[in-house]
Design a protein around this ligand. Sequence first.
Ligand code: SF4
Length: 285
Amino acid sequence: MNTLLLEDPATVAAEEQRSSGVWDYVSPSRLNLWLRCPLAFKLKYIDGIVPPPTPSLFLGKRVHDALEVFYRHRHLAVDFSVEAAARRITDSWDQAAELEAMQFKSLDECGKLKQQAIDLVTAYLQQVTAANTACEIPLAVETSMEAPLIDLDTGENLGIPLTGIVDLIADDRDGPLICDFKTAAKSAAPFEVTHEIQLSSYAYLFREATGDEEGGLEIRSLIKTKVPKIEFHRYRTRSEAHFRRLFAVIRAYLDDLDANRFVFRPGFGCVMCDYRDGSCRDWDG
Ligand code: SF4
C-alpha cells in the first residue's frame, strides 16, 4: 500500500474544531451523534452549543496524544520508551488544560486524573510490548482522510465528502490494520454494530485513499478500572453490505439536514447527554 501522508496531531475532538458547517462534510462522529439523537446533533453542530470539556474527555485526549507521539516515533523508527510516553503526559498536561480551558474541581482531582492517564498509557504500552505488538510497523498515525461519497451501487456522487481521522494504521500479517483507540469507564461487549459507522467510514476512506483493501479493523480500549485493563477487539474486513448500510445512514442523515428536521430521541443516551438539563428541556417539537 501507499504510506498515507501524516497530518498534524488530531483527534476526534480536533476534527470537530474544523469548519462546523454541516454541509462541508460528513464524519463518523457527526453521524454517530445524529444517530444517537438528532436534537443533540443540532444543538452541537448547527446551534454551536458546545459543552465545556469534561474530565473524562480531557483524559481521553491526553491518552490519545501520548499514544500518537509514541507511534509517530515508531513510524520514524526512533526509540520512544514507555517512560517517555508517560513523561509526555506530565509535560504537556498543564498547557493542554490551559488551552482547553479545562476546569478541575481541585488540585487533587487534577493530580488523580493525570496519574490515571499515565497508568492507562503505561498499561497499554507494557501490554503491547509484551505481546510484541509494539514491533508492529505504523503505516500512518493520526491521519486525516477525505473522499467523495460515491454510492457503490448507483455510482451517484452524494455531493458532500466523507472525512475522518484514523488513529493508527499498522502493517499487519493480514494487510493494513486500521486501529482506533478508546478510553472507557468499563469493559463493553465487543458488539461490532456499536462501532459499525466508524469502522465502515474508515474502511471506505482508506480504500479511496490507497486503492487497497484493509486487512482488518481493531478497537483498542483502555479501560479506566482501578487496575487499568486493555482490550483488543478485532473486526473483519468490510463487505459490500457494510458499505450499503453506511450509505443508507448517510442518506437518511442528509435527508434530515435537507428537511431541517431534528427530532429529539429520548432514551438511554440521555444519561450521558450534556444537553439533558438545559437546551433539551427548551425544545418544544
Ligand atoms: S437529553 Fe436525550 S433527547 Fe435530549 S438532547 Fe440529549 S440525547 Fe437528545
